[in-house]
Design a protein around this ligand. Sequence first.
Ligand code: GTR
Length: 416
Amino acid sequence: TLSLLAPLSSVAQFQPNYDEAKVPKFKLPDPLFADGSKVDSVEAWMQKRRPEIYSLFLTQMFGKAPGKPDSMVFETETEANALDGQAIRKQVTIYPLGKEKPIQFDMLVYLPAQADGPVPLFVGLNFQGNHTIHTDPGIKITSSWVRNNEGLGVQDHQATEESRGGTASRWPVEMILEKGYGLATIYYGDIDPDFDDGFQNGIHPYFYKEGQTKPAADEWGSIAAWAWGLSRALDYFETDAQIDAARVAVIGHSRLGKTSLWAGATDPRFALVISNDSGCGGAALSKRAFGETVGRINTAFPHWFCGHFKQYNENEAALPFDQHMLISLMAPRPVYIASAEEDQWADPRGEFLSGLYASPVYELFGLQGLSVSAMPAVDQPAADGTIAYHIRTGKHDVTAYDWQQYLQFADRFLKK
Ligand code: GTR
């Protein structure tokens, strides 16, 4: 990930804390406490407390996004015999604002060839283009801006043939299909290129009011835009008879794990939410200031969150919420939080604690949140509850091991 860091001097000088003894004393807001009293019913949660918490994340962290546009157009190319007959491959061009507006999201969809009805599906954004997730020669190569990457043969921000299959280890397509699930992915740069250009490219400018040149301090940053793109994918699934739009899991890694969590919070149509190594601004508690901090992330990536989030730089104590409350916004839907042992930057313990402190909200629904109260050992998933957690050996990545756990977890909720 080092190659993804912005070369700012203040960023280079940042010294992360990796010492548990130096975690500041902090007090977490109680998701089930409002106006001096305990939230004691599902109704009070859904009608009052959840909207309150949601509005804090919306205006103070991720920023407000537009709703579902009414001018969307989908164009689909289908290959009935992809991956040696194992899959139906669809490449769906999503024109979120209609064909007159020159912005399109290319979505790659694989569905199991043998299915006796609409299938459940995983959807997630990818970092380097759809063609990097599998060597399948039929996958279109994106013409959007991509990050230069020597290993993937990307120069001048243009994807080439050389990167086909280059990130396949993160996308075990055959394994997913064998288990009866579909998989859909969009290159996140189709929605908003991941660099700070003052919001001149990507989806944002299409929504500026007369005279507006950038989002207001409570309006969407890039993460909210990527999450908005995921909801447009879901809009498509609702039109495809081979996909069961009521059984869609949203998954993301790292910055895209922050994105899958926000997608789950903003769009209740996502039936299951997966955060893979999402870290700061994702599942990790900000107030622990362990590894990456709010100030560090807002300096290196000023475009990810909304303007208002910058007021918490070096000032996590002032946050009126923390990330356990982001997890609580998924309730009662299942959520899986995963960490990696060598990914201390993302604060695995802070990711676990978010799941733990979100659990009382699930209990309000009569469900078990996390099934354990102490952090599990590495490679010992705690996945019996409606919130699941594991910390895997190894580094910041998505692996077949991670996917095996997600598939097993999904089987409990998304299989008929
Ligand atoms: C890092 C960033 C993390 C995480 C990661 C990634 O540079 O500090 O928050 O998002 O990038 O997305 O790979």
